[in-house]
Ligand binder design. Structure first.
Ligand SMILES: [Zn+2]
Length: 171
């Protein structure tokens, strides 16, 4: 477990979780070894706090309004990844539109039109890329079969991580 130690004139050790970071406030005289022991004893509690902290940060991200700049950046990322994954999958959509969608992050129609949810502008680049790849793979497999997921994985080894993160946010 990683943590940052801040030494000061205090009598006891305090552990704090803030912005995804573990901060240990410790008296000046205690040894690094002792601090490590205290942290290890509290590991379960720290992990729980880290998870809570992560959840709060994620909720804040989900609620943030989209700026014009973010929308422009989203368009850029969508175009670049359509090109990149279009080449590697060997399928290109007829049209890609970015719009507000209520129930999905992306969609792909039988006419080979792909739509990407505008709200993805709040997410990090890798997640946007995953959604684009997902829809491009639907150009080959119009379902969520084993073949479909294999194709996704071939093009993005750690896609499961992004899929999981996306599920935590509402569309
Ligand atoms: Zn799908």
């Amino acid at each position: 477990m990683e943590y940052k130690v801040i030494r000061s004139n205090i009598k006891n050790i305090y552990i704090q979780v803030k912005d995804g970071e573990v901060i240990v406030k410790a008296p000046k005289k205690v040894s690094e070894k002792y601090i490590k022991e205290v942290v290890e004893k509290k590991e379960k509690w720290i992990k729980k706090k880290l998870e809570e902290d992560e959840q709060i940060r994620l909720e804040k991200t989900c609620e943030k309004p989209i700026t014009k700049q973010e929308a422009i950046e989203l368009k850029q990322i969508v175009l670049e990844s359509t090109n990149k994954y279009g080449k590697s999958v060997g399928e290109f959509p007829n049209k890609v539109t970015i719009k507000n969608m209520k129930y999905a992050w992306g969609s792909c129609t039988g006419k080979r039109n792909i739509a990407i949810n505008m709200k993805l502008a709040r997410m990090k680049k890798e997640i946007i890329e995953y959604v684009v790849l997902h829809e491009i793979c639907h150009l080959k497999h119009m379902d969520h079969s084993k073949d479909f997921w294999e194709l996704v994985e071939q093009n993005m080894k750690d896609y499961k991580k992004y899929r999981k993160e996306l599920k935590k946010c509402h569309t």
